[in-house]
Design a protein around this ligand. Structure first.
Ligand SMILES: NC(=O)c1ccc[n+]([C@@H]2O[C@H](COP(=O)([O-])OP(=O)(O)OC[C@H]3O[C@@H](n4cnc5c(N)ncnc54)[C@H](OP(=O)(O)O)[C@@H]3O)[C@@H](O)[C@H]2O)c1
Length: 382
């Protein structure tokens, strides 16, 4: 029985994780939950899964949550400290980090410092503070298990092979909803068009990131830290069917690929049950029903955000944290109808241009840069 602290229980990954826990009650239990503002959903989850403690984003929401819970007993905490307390509880074996954005960094890092195993969906944590995060995990001998489907695929393709034989990591990208939209129409695409991902159903922020391809950029940075791989050895290819979740090419030219249906329960289950595999309620991939698997190079003019991520990674230091923060602010502004789709990458680029990157030794320095970048991007938008 593994005891989970589920950070981001009310989100898309959180709900998929709870579906797994429901399916395998003899293997997993949820001892802690962290959510933001969706108190109704959290209250229903708490009643069903009975965690010992929960944390929510805002202190002022605590009375409302208590009311929704009626006489159900649970310790209620709040804010980043509350989330960190949930992640570090003595009864926790594994932290499933699925808060979206920079808000996930501190509670997840607290889990690392407490020596908890980390199943990581919150890629933004590694983008912001990859070096600090990985060093802390190493010092504490904490196992970092990827939940992102691409990184789970790479992790699986690395099993049983020699690290020194790896030539390249090949991340696949669907290309999002605008893969074939004429370039001159991208200026005018709407929020609802951008939210229509062709293959995956996910939270709003990552869905917009998939449309701009910043998601793949963040994943390149995530892969750099998760697999200790030089940026020039991480390649992105478009694969519109999202069946091949990613690949590893070895020095003899052989490519290992992991294929499956697009269902996040599969990589979540692998992260939680590694090295074993669970037979869950999802259907297997039937290859005979898969008429085509296509792979295309990335068109740079269509997806300028990807290059920004490579630039941030090759410069390094605090620049990836700036990229991440500006992206979060720009995506929120796009979702709120305050800027157009093609302004998202421009806000990020302008914010990056204004930053003098430095090497951050402490996470507080990263958080300071994060605050600056959010303010700067916000001012550009205003
Ligand atoms: N969805 C996918 O299929 C997928 C795949 C790969 C990787 N990921 C990664 O997994 C992470 C989560 O993605 P998602 O799609 O599940 O996002 P989502 O559906 O938007 O859910 C985000 C979760 O984070 C919580 N949250 C946000 N701000 C918070 C704060 N300040 N304090 C505490 N909780 C907070 C939300 O709570 P409320 O809703 O209650 O406010 C919600 O539970 C992201 O980093 C994403 O890149 C997702």
């Amino acid at each position: 029985m593994r005891s989970i602290a589920l950070l981001g229980s009310t989100g898309s990954i959180g709900v998929s994780t709870l579906a797994l826990v429901r399916e395998f009650p003899d293997q997993f239990k949820v001892a802690g939950m962290v959510a933001g503002e969706n108190l109704r959903r959290l209250a229903a989850q708490v009643k069903e899964f009975s965690p010992a403690r929960v944390a929510i984003k805002n202190e002022q929401d605590v009375p409302r949550l208590r009311k929704l819970l009626g006489n159900h007993q649970v310790e209620i905490l709040w804010g980043q400290h509350g989330a960190a307390e949930v992640a570090t509880g003595a009864d926790i074996d594994v932290v499933l980090a699925a808060i979206v954005g920079g808000a996930g960094l501190m509670p997840t890092l607290a889990g690392v410092h407490a020596g908890k195993e980390i199943a990581l969906a919150n890629k933004e944590a590694l983008v912001m503070a990859g070096e600090i995060f990985v060093a802390a995990a190493k010092a504490k001998r904490v196992r970092l298990l990827p939940v992102d489907s691409e990184h789970s695929a790479i992790f699986q393709c690395l099993q049983g092979n020699q690290r020194e034989d790896v030539d390249k990591l090949i991340l696949t990208a669907s290309g999002g909803p605008f893969l074939r939209t004429p370039l001159n129409r991208l200026e005018k695409v709407t929020v609802s068009q951008a939210l229509k991902h062709p293959n995956w159903k996910m939270g709003q922020k990552i869905t917009i990131d998939s449309a701009t391809m910043m998601n793949k950029g963040l994943e390149v940075i995530e892969a750099r830290w998760e697999f200790d791989m030089a940026p020039e050895r991480i390649e992105v290819v478009i694969h519109p069917q999202s069946v091949v979740h990613s690949m590893v090419r070895y020095q003899d030219g052989a490519i290992m690929a992991q294929l499956g249906i697009p269902d996040m329960r599969i990589p979540i289950a692998y992260a939680l049950s590694f090295p074993h595999r669970l037979k869950g309620g999802w259907p297997p991939l039937e290859v005979t029903r898969q008429s085509e698997l296509n792979f295309l190079p990335v068109e740079k003019r269509r997806y300028p955000a990807l290059q920004l991520a490579y630039d941030a990674l090759s410069t390094g230091g605090t620049l990836p944290a700036v990229l991440n923060a500006a992206n979060e602010v720009a995506v929120a502004a796009f979702l709120g109808g305050r800027i157009g789709f093609r302004q998202v990458h421009k806000i990020i680029a302008k914010t990056m241009d204004k930053h003098a990157p430095k090497h951050a030794r402490e996470v507080e320095e990263v958080l300071e840069v994060d605050r600056w970048a959010r303010a700067h991007a916000g001012a550009l938008i205003a």
